[in-house]
Write a new protein. Structure first.
Length: 119
């Protein structure tokens, strides 16, 4: 996947999930040191991997992206939940994502509910 494809994919995906255009996007570029491991809590958001990475893996509740892994039949570019990134290289590695953060709509108060305010 590349940035252009991700930017085309994100609006359709967010619409499927019922968010419409109620989301923010943010470009994330992680510069990982040799053998570094990174964990990201992304339970209410999505991370879309925008380029293939060598000598690194991305694992989440959605799946695995690891070019070197021979026992998987699909590479996953969309990640959510606890995301674990591992740099297997002896050198610095760059991992680039587009982070998609849904906007949370305020819950409307109905006629039967009482709104409590502090005096």
């Amino acid at each position: 996947m590349n940035i252009a494809l991700a930017l085309e994919y994100i609006p359709r995906r967010m619409n499927e999930l019922g968010y419409g255009t109620n989301y923010y996007i943010r470009f994330r570029h992680f510069v990982m040191q040799p053998s570094e491991k990174l964990e990201i809590d992304a339970y209410n958001q999505f991370f879309i991997l925008v380029e293939e990475i060598n000598d690194a893996s991305v694992v989440s509740e959605f799946g695995l992206f690891d070019i070197a892994e021979t026992k998987v039949n699909e590479q996953t570019y969309e990640h959510q939940g606890e995301i674990k990134i591992t740099n297997y290289s002896n050198t610095i590695n760059h991992v680039r994502f587009i982070q998609v953060i849904p906007k949370h709509k305020p819950i409307p108060i109905t006629k039967n509910e009482v709104q409590i305010t502090n005096p």
